[in-house]
Design a protein around this ligand. Structure first.
Ligand SMILES: Nc1ncnc2c1ncn2[C@@H]1O[C@H](COP(=O)(O)OP(=O)(O)OP(=O)(O)O)[C@@H](O)[C@H]1O
Length: 610
Protein backbone atom coordinates (compact mmCIF):
# COMPACT_ATOMS: atom_id res chain seq x y z
CA UNK A 1 0.00 0.00 0.00
CA UNK A 2 2.77 2.41 0.96
CA UNK A 3 4.47 4.26 -1.87
CA UNK A 4 7.83 5.94 -2.24
CA UNK A 5 7.86 9.64 -2.96
CA UNK A 6 9.65 9.28 -6.27
CA UNK A 7 7.27 6.59 -7.46
CA UNK A 8 4.37 8.99 -7.67
CA UNK A 9 5.93 11.37 -10.13
CA UNK A 10 3.19 10.59 -12.62
CA UNK A 11 3.39 12.04 -16.06
CA UNK A 12 1.38 15.14 -16.68
CA UNK A 13 -0.70 13.58 -19.43
CA UNK A 14 -3.67 11.91 -17.90
CA UNK A 15 -5.96 10.03 -20.19
CA UNK A 16 -9.34 8.39 -19.96
CA UNK A 17 -7.78 5.19 -18.66
CA UNK A 18 -6.19 7.03 -15.77
CA UNK A 19 -9.60 8.53 -14.94
CA UNK A 20 -11.12 5.07 -14.70
CA UNK A 21 -8.16 3.71 -12.79
CA UNK A 22 -8.53 6.43 -10.21
CA UNK A 23 -12.01 5.09 -9.48
CA UNK A 24 -10.38 2.28 -7.55
CA UNK A 25 -9.87 4.78 -4.74
CA UNK A 26 -13.61 5.28 -4.33
CA UNK A 27 -14.21 2.11 -2.25
CA UNK A 28 -11.38 3.14 0.09
CA UNK A 29 -12.86 6.62 0.22
CA UNK A 30 -16.26 5.16 1.22
CA UNK A 31 -14.59 2.94 3.78
CA UNK A 32 -12.95 5.97 5.39
CA UNK A 33 -16.24 7.89 5.39
CA UNK A 34 -17.98 4.86 6.91
CA UNK A 35 -15.38 4.75 9.67
CA UNK A 36 -15.83 8.43 10.45
CA UNK A 37 -19.44 7.82 11.53
CA UNK A 38 -20.94 4.38 10.87
CA UNK A 39 -24.37 5.51 12.09
CA UNK A 40 -24.68 8.56 9.83
CA UNK A 41 -23.28 6.61 6.91
CA UNK A 42 -25.79 3.76 7.31
CA UNK A 43 -28.65 6.22 7.69
CA UNK A 44 -27.53 8.01 4.54
CA UNK A 45 -27.25 4.79 2.53
CA UNK A 46 -30.64 3.51 3.72
CA UNK A 47 -32.36 6.81 2.91
CA UNK A 48 -30.84 6.83 -0.56
CA UNK A 49 -31.86 3.24 -1.13
CA UNK A 50 -35.50 3.98 -0.23
CA UNK A 51 -35.62 7.16 -2.28
CA UNK A 52 -34.13 5.44 -5.31
CA UNK A 53 -37.51 3.78 -5.85
CA UNK A 54 -39.50 7.00 -5.49
CA UNK A 55 -39.41 8.11 -9.18
CA UNK A 56 -40.73 4.86 -10.61
CA UNK A 57 -43.38 4.55 -7.89
CA UNK A 58 -44.63 8.11 -8.49
CA UNK A 59 -44.72 7.64 -12.26
CA UNK A 60 -46.48 4.32 -11.93
CA UNK A 61 -49.14 5.72 -9.58
CA UNK A 62 -49.52 8.62 -12.06
CA UNK A 63 -50.27 6.09 -14.79
CA UNK A 64 -52.84 4.37 -12.55
CA UNK A 65 -54.52 7.71 -11.82
CA UNK A 66 -54.85 8.63 -15.53
CA UNK A 67 -56.16 5.21 -16.50
CA UNK A 68 -58.61 5.34 -13.60
CA UNK A 69 -59.84 8.83 -14.61
CA UNK A 70 -60.41 7.66 -18.19
CA UNK A 71 -62.20 4.55 -16.95
CA UNK A 72 -64.44 6.51 -14.57
CA UNK A 73 -65.25 9.19 -17.17
CA UNK A 74 -66.39 6.43 -19.53
CA UNK A 75 -68.29 4.54 -16.80
CA UNK A 76 -72.10 4.91 -16.58
CA UNK A 77 -72.06 4.91 -12.76
CA UNK A 78 -68.60 6.13 -11.77
CA UNK A 79 -66.95 5.13 -8.45
CA UNK A 80 -64.07 7.41 -7.50
CA UNK A 81 -62.86 5.54 -4.38
CA UNK A 82 -59.91 3.86 -6.13
CA UNK A 83 -58.99 7.15 -7.85
CA UNK A 84 -58.81 9.06 -4.54
CA UNK A 85 -56.82 6.24 -2.99
CA UNK A 86 -54.29 6.50 -5.83
CA UNK A 87 -54.05 10.28 -5.36
CA UNK A 88 -53.56 9.76 -1.63
CA UNK A 89 -50.80 7.21 -2.28
CA UNK A 90 -48.99 9.56 -4.68
CA UNK A 91 -49.31 12.39 -2.18
CA UNK A 92 -47.93 10.18 0.62
CA UNK A 93 -45.01 8.94 -1.47
CA UNK A 94 -44.11 12.51 -2.47
CA UNK A 95 -44.15 13.72 1.14
CA UNK A 96 -42.12 10.78 2.42
CA UNK A 97 -39.60 11.12 -0.42
CA UNK A 98 -39.22 14.80 0.44
CA UNK A 99 -38.60 14.07 4.12
CA UNK A 100 -36.06 11.38 3.21
CA UNK A 101 -34.35 13.84 0.87
CA UNK A 102 -33.86 16.19 3.82
CA UNK A 103 -32.34 13.37 5.85
CA UNK A 104 -29.96 12.68 2.95
CA UNK A 105 -28.96 16.34 2.71
CA UNK A 106 -28.35 16.63 6.47
CA UNK A 107 -26.35 13.40 6.76
CA UNK A 108 -24.38 14.35 3.64
CA UNK A 109 -23.38 17.65 5.24
CA UNK A 110 -22.52 16.15 8.62
CA UNK A 111 -20.54 13.27 7.15
CA UNK A 112 -18.72 15.58 4.77
CA UNK A 113 -17.72 17.93 7.58
CA UNK A 114 -16.55 15.10 9.80
CA UNK A 115 -14.56 13.47 7.02
CA UNK A 116 -12.98 16.79 6.21
CA UNK A 117 -11.82 17.20 9.80
CA UNK A 118 -10.42 13.68 9.97
CA UNK A 119 -8.62 13.82 6.63
CA UNK A 120 -7.20 17.30 7.23
CA UNK A 121 -5.88 16.13 10.58
CA UNK A 122 -4.34 13.11 8.88
CA UNK A 123 -2.56 15.44 6.47
CA UNK A 124 -1.19 17.64 9.25
CA UNK A 125 0.11 14.58 11.10
CA UNK A 126 1.58 13.06 7.97
CA UNK A 127 3.36 16.29 7.02
CA UNK A 128 5.05 16.36 10.43
CA UNK A 129 6.56 12.93 9.74
CA UNK A 130 7.98 13.85 6.38
CA UNK A 131 11.70 14.54 6.21
CA UNK A 132 12.98 18.10 5.83
CA UNK A 133 14.54 16.97 2.55
CA UNK A 134 11.06 16.54 1.10
CA UNK A 135 9.58 19.57 2.83
CA UNK A 136 12.10 21.84 1.12
CA UNK A 137 11.48 20.17 -2.23
CA UNK A 138 9.22 22.08 -4.62
CA UNK A 139 7.97 18.91 -6.29
CA UNK A 140 6.87 17.64 -2.92
CA UNK A 141 5.00 20.88 -2.38
CA UNK A 142 3.14 20.34 -5.61
CA UNK A 143 1.95 16.99 -4.33
CA UNK A 144 0.97 18.52 -1.04
CA UNK A 145 -0.92 21.26 -2.87
CA UNK A 146 -2.89 18.73 -4.91
CA UNK A 147 -3.65 16.66 -1.82
CA UNK A 148 -4.75 19.80 0.00
CA UNK A 149 -6.88 20.82 -2.95
CA UNK A 150 -8.71 17.55 -2.63
CA UNK A 151 -9.61 18.51 0.94
CA UNK A 152 -11.95 21.17 -0.37
CA UNK A 153 -13.52 18.90 -2.98
CA UNK A 154 -14.04 15.92 -0.73
CA UNK A 155 -17.47 16.86 0.64
CA UNK A 156 -18.86 17.33 -2.87
CA UNK A 157 -17.29 14.12 -4.06
CA UNK A 158 -18.93 12.22 -1.25
CA UNK A 159 -22.50 13.34 -2.03
CA UNK A 160 -21.87 12.90 -5.74
CA UNK A 161 -20.63 9.35 -5.34
CA UNK A 162 -23.41 8.35 -2.95
CA UNK A 163 -25.92 10.04 -5.27
CA UNK A 164 -24.63 7.84 -8.07
CA UNK A 165 -25.55 4.71 -6.16
CA UNK A 166 -29.04 6.07 -5.70
CA UNK A 167 -29.33 7.08 -9.37
CA UNK A 168 -28.17 3.64 -10.43
CA UNK A 169 -31.07 1.97 -8.63
CA UNK A 170 -33.57 4.52 -9.99
CA UNK A 171 -32.20 3.95 -13.50
CA UNK A 172 -32.50 0.18 -13.14
CA UNK A 173 -36.15 0.40 -12.04
CA UNK A 174 -37.09 2.85 -14.80
CA UNK A 175 -35.31 0.73 -17.43
CA UNK A 176 -37.21 -2.35 -16.18
CA UNK A 177 -40.46 -0.43 -16.84
CA UNK A 178 -39.36 0.48 -20.39
CA UNK A 179 -38.27 -3.06 -21.21
CA UNK A 180 -41.60 -4.40 -19.95
CA UNK A 181 -43.68 -2.18 -22.25
CA UNK A 182 -41.43 -1.17 -25.18
CA UNK A 183 -37.91 -2.75 -25.46
CA UNK A 184 -37.21 -0.66 -28.59
CA UNK A 185 -37.06 2.45 -26.39
CA UNK A 186 -33.86 1.18 -24.77
CA UNK A 187 -31.99 1.39 -28.10
CA UNK A 188 -33.14 4.97 -28.58
CA UNK A 189 -32.12 5.75 -25.03
CA UNK A 190 -28.62 4.36 -25.59
CA UNK A 191 -28.32 6.34 -28.81
CA UNK A 192 -29.19 9.55 -27.03
CA UNK A 193 -26.86 9.08 -24.08
CA UNK A 194 -23.68 7.20 -25.01
CA UNK A 195 -22.05 9.91 -27.22
CA UNK A 196 -22.61 12.42 -24.42
CA UNK A 197 -20.91 10.11 -21.95
CA UNK A 198 -17.84 9.52 -24.12
CA UNK A 199 -17.54 13.24 -24.69
CA UNK A 200 -17.73 13.99 -20.97
CA UNK A 201 -15.05 11.43 -20.10
CA UNK A 202 -12.71 12.72 -22.78
CA UNK A 203 -12.91 16.32 -21.63
CA UNK A 204 -12.73 15.46 -17.98
CA UNK A 205 -9.34 13.78 -18.55
CA UNK A 206 -8.11 16.84 -20.41
CA UNK A 207 -9.36 19.16 -17.68
CA UNK A 208 -7.51 17.24 -15.00
CA UNK A 209 -4.32 17.11 -17.10
CA UNK A 210 -4.48 20.85 -17.46
CA UNK A 211 -5.13 21.50 -13.83
CA UNK A 212 -2.39 19.08 -12.77
CA UNK A 213 0.20 20.51 -15.10
CA UNK A 214 -0.58 23.92 -13.65
CA UNK A 215 0.03 22.96 -10.02
CA UNK A 216 3.29 24.91 -9.82
CA UNK A 217 1.77 28.00 -11.39
CA UNK A 218 -1.24 27.78 -9.09
CA UNK A 219 1.13 27.66 -6.16
CA UNK A 220 2.81 30.77 -7.50
CA UNK A 221 -0.58 32.44 -7.91
CA UNK A 222 -1.43 31.60 -4.30
CA UNK A 223 1.89 33.02 -3.22
CA UNK A 224 1.40 36.24 -5.19
CA UNK A 225 -2.11 36.57 -3.76
CA UNK A 226 -0.63 36.10 -0.30
CA UNK A 227 2.20 38.61 -0.58
CA UNK A 228 -0.05 41.05 -2.41
CA UNK A 229 -2.58 41.25 0.40
CA UNK A 230 -0.87 40.56 3.66
CA UNK A 231 -0.09 42.54 6.80
CA UNK A 232 3.48 41.19 6.91
CA UNK A 233 4.40 42.38 3.44
CA UNK A 234 2.26 45.53 3.35
CA UNK A 235 5.11 47.80 4.57
CA UNK A 236 7.56 46.81 1.88
CA UNK A 237 4.95 46.65 -0.85
CA UNK A 238 3.91 50.22 -0.12
CA UNK A 239 7.40 51.61 0.32
CA UNK A 240 8.98 49.87 -2.64
CA UNK A 241 5.89 50.48 -4.77
CA UNK A 242 5.60 46.77 -5.56
CA UNK A 243 1.84 46.69 -6.11
CA UNK A 244 1.97 46.96 -9.90
CA UNK A 245 4.82 44.47 -10.12
CA UNK A 246 2.95 41.86 -8.10
CA UNK A 247 -0.49 42.61 -9.58
CA UNK A 248 0.83 42.42 -13.15
CA UNK A 249 2.69 39.21 -12.51
CA UNK A 250 -0.47 37.77 -11.00
CA UNK A 251 -2.59 39.01 -13.87
CA UNK A 252 -0.29 37.66 -16.59
CA UNK A 253 -0.10 34.23 -15.04
CA UNK A 254 -3.80 33.93 -14.25
CA UNK A 255 -4.73 35.23 -17.71
CA UNK A 256 -2.67 32.44 -19.30
CA UNK A 257 -4.50 29.86 -17.24
CA UNK A 258 -7.83 31.51 -17.92
CA UNK A 259 -7.22 31.45 -21.69
CA UNK A 260 -6.29 27.76 -21.83
CA UNK A 261 -9.12 26.84 -19.50
CA UNK A 262 -11.58 28.92 -21.49
CA UNK A 263 -10.63 27.17 -24.71
CA UNK A 264 -11.24 23.80 -23.16
CA UNK A 265 -14.53 24.81 -21.53
CA UNK A 266 -15.91 26.30 -24.75
CA UNK A 267 -14.89 23.23 -26.75
CA UNK A 268 -16.49 20.99 -24.18
CA UNK A 269 -19.74 23.00 -24.19
CA UNK A 270 -19.99 22.98 -27.99
CA UNK A 271 -19.60 19.22 -28.16
CA UNK A 272 -22.08 18.74 -25.30
CA UNK A 273 -24.63 20.94 -27.09
CA UNK A 274 -24.32 18.91 -30.30
CA UNK A 275 -24.78 15.62 -28.50
CA UNK A 276 -27.67 17.06 -26.57
CA UNK A 277 -29.51 17.81 -29.79
CA UNK A 278 -29.05 14.15 -30.69
CA UNK A 279 -30.65 13.31 -27.36
CA UNK A 280 -33.70 15.48 -28.08
CA UNK A 281 -34.11 13.84 -31.51
CA UNK A 282 -34.04 10.42 -29.86
CA UNK A 283 -36.60 11.54 -27.28
CA UNK A 284 -39.05 12.56 -29.99
CA UNK A 285 -38.43 9.32 -31.88
CA UNK A 286 -39.30 7.46 -28.68
CA UNK A 287 -42.37 9.65 -28.24
CA UNK A 288 -43.59 8.72 -31.75
CA UNK A 289 -43.11 5.01 -30.96
CA UNK A 290 -45.16 5.39 -27.78
CA UNK A 291 -47.96 7.42 -29.49
CA UNK A 292 -48.11 4.81 -32.25
CA UNK A 293 -48.57 2.06 -29.64
CA UNK A 294 -51.48 3.98 -28.05
CA UNK A 295 -53.13 4.54 -31.43
CA UNK A 296 -52.75 0.84 -32.21
CA UNK A 297 -54.35 0.11 -28.85
CA UNK A 298 -51.41 -1.94 -27.50
CA UNK A 299 -50.94 0.39 -24.51
CA UNK A 300 -53.26 2.68 -22.51
CA UNK A 301 -53.06 6.49 -22.24
CA UNK A 302 -51.82 6.05 -18.65
CA UNK A 303 -49.04 3.86 -19.94
CA UNK A 304 -48.24 6.52 -22.56
CA UNK A 305 -47.69 9.10 -19.83
CA UNK A 306 -45.73 6.58 -17.78
CA UNK A 307 -43.47 5.61 -20.68
CA UNK A 308 -42.83 9.09 -22.04
CA UNK A 309 -42.19 10.46 -18.55
CA UNK A 310 -39.99 7.44 -17.75
CA UNK A 311 -38.02 7.93 -20.97
CA UNK A 312 -37.53 11.60 -20.29
CA UNK A 313 -36.66 11.00 -16.67
CA UNK A 314 -34.23 8.26 -17.62
CA UNK A 315 -32.54 10.46 -20.16
CA UNK A 316 -32.11 13.26 -17.59
CA UNK A 317 -31.04 10.89 -14.83
CA UNK A 318 -28.57 9.13 -17.11
CA UNK A 319 -27.25 12.43 -18.36
CA UNK A 320 -26.67 13.73 -14.85
CA UNK A 321 -25.35 10.28 -13.90
CA UNK A 322 -22.71 10.55 -16.62
CA UNK A 323 -21.89 14.17 -15.90
CA UNK A 324 -21.52 13.32 -12.22
CA UNK A 325 -19.55 10.27 -13.22
CA UNK A 326 -17.02 12.38 -15.08
CA UNK A 327 -16.89 14.79 -12.17
CA UNK A 328 -16.29 11.82 -9.91
CA UNK A 329 -13.50 10.44 -12.09
CA UNK A 330 -11.96 13.90 -12.08
CA UNK A 331 -12.21 14.17 -8.30
CA UNK A 332 -11.02 10.59 -7.94
CA UNK A 333 -7.78 11.64 -9.62
CA UNK A 334 -7.32 14.22 -6.88
CA UNK A 335 -8.29 11.54 -4.41
CA UNK A 336 -5.38 9.54 -5.79
CA UNK A 337 -3.07 12.45 -4.98
CA UNK A 338 -4.45 12.54 -1.46
CA UNK A 339 -4.04 8.81 -0.86
CA UNK A 340 -0.60 8.86 -2.50
CA UNK A 341 0.39 11.50 0.01
CA UNK A 342 -1.14 9.70 2.97
CA UNK A 343 0.53 6.44 1.85
CA UNK A 344 3.99 7.96 1.48
CA UNK A 345 6.39 5.54 3.00
CA UNK A 346 8.02 6.79 6.16
CA UNK A 347 10.99 4.61 7.05
CA UNK A 348 10.30 2.79 10.29
CA UNK A 349 12.69 4.50 12.65
CA UNK A 350 11.87 2.19 15.52
CA UNK A 351 13.16 -0.88 13.76
CA UNK A 352 16.75 -1.66 14.81
CA UNK A 353 17.08 1.73 16.50
CA UNK A 354 19.54 1.84 19.36
CA UNK A 355 18.47 3.22 22.75
CA UNK A 356 19.51 6.81 23.19
CA UNK A 357 22.02 7.39 26.00
CA UNK A 358 20.19 8.78 29.03
CA UNK A 359 23.08 11.11 29.67
CA UNK A 360 25.53 12.20 26.98
CA UNK A 361 28.92 10.97 28.19
CA UNK A 362 31.52 11.70 25.57
CA UNK A 363 29.69 14.08 23.27
CA UNK A 364 29.55 14.48 19.52
CA UNK A 365 32.22 13.74 17.02
CA UNK A 366 31.88 15.30 13.59
CA UNK A 367 33.99 13.25 11.18
CA UNK A 368 34.95 14.67 7.80
CA UNK A 369 31.42 15.89 7.05
CA UNK A 370 30.63 17.00 3.51
CA UNK A 371 27.22 18.23 2.52
CA UNK A 372 25.29 19.57 -0.47
CA UNK A 373 21.56 20.33 -0.29
CA UNK A 374 19.43 17.95 -2.35
CA UNK A 375 19.22 19.09 -5.94
CA UNK A 376 22.14 21.48 -5.54
CA UNK A 377 25.70 21.10 -6.82
CA UNK A 378 27.07 23.57 -4.32
CA UNK A 379 29.09 21.96 -1.52
CA UNK A 380 28.07 23.79 1.63
CA UNK A 381 30.32 21.78 3.97
CA UNK A 382 33.66 20.48 2.77
CA UNK A 383 35.21 18.03 5.20
CA UNK A 384 34.36 19.41 8.64
CA UNK A 385 35.82 17.48 11.60
CA UNK A 386 35.74 18.42 15.28
CA UNK A 387 34.59 17.22 18.67
CA UNK A 388 31.85 18.76 20.76
CA UNK A 389 32.50 17.32 24.17
CA UNK A 390 29.74 16.56 26.65
CA UNK A 391 29.11 19.65 28.75
CA UNK A 392 31.04 21.91 26.41
CA UNK A 393 29.78 25.28 25.23
CA UNK A 394 30.83 25.94 21.71
CA UNK A 395 30.24 28.98 19.53
CA UNK A 396 30.09 28.84 15.74
CA UNK A 397 31.15 31.99 13.94
CA UNK A 398 31.77 32.84 10.31
CA UNK A 399 30.53 34.97 7.47
CA UNK A 400 26.99 34.71 6.09
CA UNK A 401 26.54 31.48 4.20
CA UNK A 402 29.62 29.84 5.75
CA UNK A 403 27.53 26.79 6.68
CA UNK A 404 26.87 27.31 10.42
CA UNK A 405 23.13 26.66 10.33
CA UNK A 406 23.63 23.78 7.92
CA UNK A 407 25.96 22.13 10.40
CA UNK A 408 23.25 22.42 13.06
CA UNK A 409 20.67 20.94 10.68
CA UNK A 410 22.92 17.92 10.14
CA UNK A 411 23.47 17.57 13.87
CA UNK A 412 19.69 17.60 14.33
CA UNK A 413 19.27 15.02 11.54
CA UNK A 414 17.12 17.25 9.34
CA UNK A 415 19.52 16.11 6.63
CA UNK A 416 22.17 13.44 6.34
CA UNK A 417 25.79 14.24 5.46
CA UNK A 418 26.58 13.41 1.83
CA UNK A 419 29.92 12.12 3.09
CA UNK A 420 31.38 11.57 6.54
CA UNK A 421 29.52 10.89 9.77
CA UNK A 422 28.37 12.41 13.04
CA UNK A 423 28.75 10.28 16.14
CA UNK A 424 27.16 10.63 19.54
CA UNK A 425 29.06 8.78 22.24
CA UNK A 426 30.84 6.83 19.54
CA UNK A 427 27.69 5.76 17.66
CA UNK A 428 26.54 7.16 14.33
CA UNK A 429 23.55 9.39 15.14
CA UNK A 430 21.46 7.81 12.40
CA UNK A 431 21.40 4.58 14.41
CA UNK A 432 19.19 6.21 17.05
CA UNK A 433 15.45 6.65 16.74
CA UNK A 434 15.09 10.02 15.04
CA UNK A 435 12.17 11.41 17.05
CA UNK A 436 13.80 10.42 20.35
CA UNK A 437 17.13 11.79 19.23
CA UNK A 438 15.63 15.14 18.23
CA UNK A 439 13.84 15.37 21.57
CA UNK A 440 17.25 15.56 23.20
CA UNK A 441 17.76 19.07 21.81
CA UNK A 442 16.40 22.44 22.82
CA UNK A 443 16.82 24.55 19.70
CA UNK A 444 15.88 28.07 18.76
CA UNK A 445 16.58 29.02 15.16
CA UNK A 446 17.10 32.52 13.82
CA UNK A 447 13.96 32.04 11.71
CA UNK A 448 11.90 30.70 14.64
CA UNK A 449 8.19 30.82 14.01
CA UNK A 450 5.94 33.49 15.43
CA UNK A 451 2.80 31.51 16.25
CA UNK A 452 -0.33 33.61 16.30
CA UNK A 453 -1.37 31.94 19.57
CA UNK A 454 -1.41 33.37 23.08
CA UNK A 455 1.83 34.35 24.79
CA UNK A 456 1.46 31.35 27.10
CA UNK A 457 1.15 28.98 24.14
CA UNK A 458 3.99 30.67 22.30
CA UNK A 459 6.31 29.91 25.20
CA UNK A 460 4.86 26.46 25.82
CA UNK A 461 5.58 25.26 22.28
CA UNK A 462 9.04 24.42 23.67
CA UNK A 463 7.28 21.66 25.62
CA UNK A 464 3.63 21.78 24.68
CA UNK A 465 2.65 19.20 27.29
CA UNK A 466 3.32 21.86 29.93
CA UNK A 467 0.99 24.46 28.49
CA UNK A 468 -0.99 24.58 31.73
CA UNK A 469 2.07 24.63 33.96
CA UNK A 470 2.11 28.31 34.95
CA UNK A 471 5.21 27.98 37.11
CA UNK A 472 7.34 26.58 34.31
CA UNK A 473 6.10 29.08 31.80
CA UNK A 474 6.78 31.97 34.18
CA UNK A 475 10.23 30.64 35.03
CA UNK A 476 11.12 30.22 31.35
CA UNK A 477 9.88 33.76 30.69
CA UNK A 478 11.98 35.11 33.54
CA UNK A 479 15.14 33.44 32.28
CA UNK A 480 14.70 34.70 28.74
CA UNK A 481 13.61 38.18 29.86
CA UNK A 482 10.23 37.51 28.19
CA UNK A 483 8.63 38.49 31.50
CA UNK A 484 9.48 42.10 30.62
CA UNK A 485 7.27 41.73 27.55
CA UNK A 486 4.27 40.86 29.69
CA UNK A 487 4.25 44.25 31.38
CA UNK A 488 2.86 45.84 28.23
CA UNK A 489 0.23 43.19 27.53
CA UNK A 490 -3.35 43.66 28.67
CA UNK A 491 -4.15 40.00 29.35
CA UNK A 492 -0.70 38.91 30.50
CA UNK A 493 0.15 35.37 29.44
CA UNK A 494 -3.28 34.97 27.86
CA UNK A 495 -2.77 37.80 25.41
CA UNK A 496 -3.23 36.80 21.82
CA UNK A 497 -0.06 37.60 19.86
CA UNK A 498 0.08 38.82 16.28
CA UNK A 499 -2.51 40.80 14.36
CA UNK A 500 -4.34 38.05 12.51
CA UNK A 501 -6.92 37.36 15.22
CA UNK A 502 -9.22 39.50 17.34
CA UNK A 503 -7.53 41.54 20.11
CA UNK A 504 -4.11 40.29 19.00
CA UNK A 505 -1.13 42.39 20.08
CA UNK A 506 1.99 42.63 17.97
CA UNK A 507 5.44 42.45 19.58
CA UNK A 508 8.66 44.06 18.51
CA UNK A 509 11.36 41.92 16.88
CA UNK A 510 13.40 41.77 20.09
CA UNK A 511 10.34 40.97 22.19
CA UNK A 512 9.47 38.07 19.90
CA UNK A 513 13.02 36.80 20.28
CA UNK A 514 12.72 36.83 24.06
CA UNK A 515 9.50 34.83 23.75
CA UNK A 516 11.17 32.36 21.39
CA UNK A 517 14.12 32.04 23.70
CA UNK A 518 11.80 31.14 26.57
CA UNK A 519 10.82 28.05 24.54
CA UNK A 520 14.35 26.75 24.92
CA UNK A 521 14.00 26.89 28.69
CA UNK A 522 10.71 25.02 28.70
CA UNK A 523 12.28 21.63 28.52
CA UNK A 524 15.24 20.22 30.29
CA UNK A 525 17.07 19.46 27.05
CA UNK A 526 20.46 17.75 27.18
CA UNK A 527 21.81 19.79 24.30
CA UNK A 528 20.92 23.43 23.76
CA UNK A 529 21.32 25.22 20.45
CA UNK A 530 20.83 28.92 19.92
CA UNK A 531 21.14 29.76 16.26
CA UNK A 532 21.33 33.53 16.40
CA UNK A 533 17.84 33.99 17.74
CA UNK A 534 18.64 37.11 19.72
CA UNK A 535 20.23 39.41 17.18
CA UNK A 536 17.45 41.97 17.64
CA UNK A 537 18.00 42.31 21.37
CA UNK A 538 19.60 45.50 22.58
CA UNK A 539 23.19 45.12 23.73
CA UNK A 540 22.35 45.09 27.44
CA UNK A 541 19.58 42.53 27.02
CA UNK A 542 21.72 40.28 24.85
CA UNK A 543 24.55 40.30 27.34
CA UNK A 544 22.16 39.56 30.19
CA UNK A 545 20.40 36.81 28.25
CA UNK A 546 23.68 35.13 27.42
CA UNK A 547 24.99 35.34 30.94
CA UNK A 548 21.86 33.56 32.08
CA UNK A 549 22.10 31.08 29.27
CA UNK A 550 25.67 30.20 30.23
CA UNK A 551 24.80 29.91 33.91
CA UNK A 552 21.72 27.85 33.21
CA UNK A 553 23.32 25.48 30.81
CA UNK A 554 26.15 24.82 33.22
CA UNK A 555 27.25 21.25 32.64
CA UNK A 556 25.13 20.99 29.49
CA UNK A 557 26.33 20.69 25.96
CA UNK A 558 25.44 23.75 23.97
CA UNK A 559 26.06 25.53 20.71
CA UNK A 560 25.66 29.23 20.12
CA UNK A 561 25.74 30.90 16.75
CA UNK A 562 26.22 34.62 16.95
CA UNK A 563 27.77 37.47 15.07
CA UNK A 564 28.38 39.41 18.31
CA UNK A 565 31.82 38.63 19.63
CA UNK A 566 31.14 39.95 23.11
CA UNK A 567 28.71 37.05 23.38
CA UNK A 568 30.79 34.52 21.55
CA UNK A 569 33.74 34.97 23.87
CA UNK A 570 31.72 33.49 26.74
CA UNK A 571 31.84 30.09 25.02
CA UNK A 572 34.38 27.43 26.05
CA UNK A 573 35.61 27.05 22.47
CA UNK A 574 34.99 28.91 19.27
CA UNK A 575 34.76 27.31 15.85
CA UNK A 576 35.37 29.63 12.92
CA UNK A 577 33.86 28.41 9.65
CA UNK A 578 34.82 29.79 6.26
CA UNK A 579 33.34 28.58 2.99
CA UNK A 580 32.25 25.26 4.48
CA UNK A 581 35.61 24.50 6.13
CA UNK A 582 36.96 24.95 9.63
CA UNK A 583 39.35 27.86 9.62
CA UNK A 584 40.08 28.07 13.32
CA UNK A 585 39.07 26.26 16.51
CA UNK A 586 40.09 27.16 20.04
CA UNK A 587 39.30 29.13 23.18
CA UNK A 588 38.87 32.88 23.01
CA UNK A 589 42.30 33.39 24.55
CA UNK A 590 44.01 30.90 22.22
CA UNK A 591 42.51 32.51 19.15
CA UNK A 592 43.32 36.00 20.36
CA UNK A 593 46.96 35.12 20.92
CA UNK A 594 47.53 34.05 17.32
CA UNK A 595 46.97 36.11 14.20
CA UNK A 596 43.55 34.68 13.38
CA UNK A 597 40.45 35.78 11.51
CA UNK A 598 38.65 35.57 14.84
CA UNK A 599 41.10 37.95 16.48
CA UNK A 600 40.82 40.30 13.53
CA UNK A 601 37.01 40.34 13.58
CA UNK A 602 36.93 40.62 17.38
CA UNK A 603 39.17 43.67 17.27
CA UNK A 604 37.10 45.15 14.48
CA UNK A 605 33.91 44.88 16.51
CA UNK A 606 35.61 46.11 19.67
CA UNK A 607 36.82 49.20 17.76
CA UNK A 608 33.26 49.92 16.78
CA UNK A 609 32.23 50.10 20.41
CA UNK A 610 35.09 52.40 21.46
N1 LIG B 1 17.50 24.64 2.20
C1 LIG B 1 18.55 24.95 1.44
N2 LIG B 1 18.65 24.50 0.18
C2 LIG B 1 19.73 24.79 -0.59
N3 LIG B 1 20.76 25.56 -0.16
C3 LIG B 1 20.70 26.05 1.07
C4 LIG B 1 19.60 25.78 1.95
N4 LIG B 1 19.83 26.42 3.12
C5 LIG B 1 21.02 27.03 2.99
N5 LIG B 1 21.54 26.82 1.77
C6 LIG B 1 22.84 27.31 1.28
O1 LIG B 1 23.83 26.78 2.13
C7 LIG B 1 24.85 27.74 2.39
C8 LIG B 1 25.10 27.83 3.88
O2 LIG B 1 23.95 28.32 4.51
P1 LIG B 1 23.82 28.40 6.10
O3 LIG B 1 22.44 28.81 6.42
O4 LIG B 1 24.34 27.16 6.69
O5 LIG B 1 24.83 29.58 6.41
P2 LIG B 1 25.14 30.32 7.78
O6 LIG B 1 26.62 30.19 8.00
O7 LIG B 1 24.26 29.85 8.87
O8 LIG B 1 24.82 31.84 7.37
P3 LIG B 1 24.16 33.06 8.19
O9 LIG B 1 25.21 33.64 9.07
O10 LIG B 1 23.80 34.00 7.10
O11 LIG B 1 22.98 32.51 8.92
C9 LIG B 1 24.41 29.02 1.73
O12 LIG B 1 25.14 29.15 0.53
C10 LIG B 1 22.94 28.80 1.40
O13 LIG B 1 22.62 29.39 0.19
Amino acid sequence: MARRLDSINDSKKTNVRASFQALRFIPRFFKEIGQVSPLLFTLNLLSRLINAFAPVVILWVGKLIIDEIIAQVAATSPDYTTLWNYVLIEFGVTIIADIINRVIAITDGLLGDQYNIVSSEKMIRKTSKIDMVHLEDSEFYDKLERARQQTQGRVGLMSLALGQLQSLISIATLIAGLIYFQPLLIILLALSIIPLFINEIRFSGQQYSLSRSWTTERRELDYLRYIGANDKTAKEIKLFGLTDFIANRFKTLSQQYYQINKKLTVKRSIYSAIFNVLGVVCYYAAYLVIIKSVLEGTITVGELTFLSASFNRLRNTLQSFFTSFTRITQSALYLKDYFDFIDLEIPDEHKNALPLPKVVREGFEIQDVHFSYPGSEHQVLKGVSFQLKAGEKMAFVGQNGAGKTTLIKLLLRFYEPTQGAILLDGVNINRYNKAEYQQMFGVIFQDFFRYEFTLRENIAVGDIGSVTDDNRIQEAARLSLANEVIEGLSLGYDTQLGKRFKDGQELSGGQWQKVALARAYMKDAQVMVLDEPISALDARAEYEVFERFIALTEGKTSIIISHRFSTVRMADRILVLKDGKILELGTHDQLMQTPSLYAELFELQAQGYK
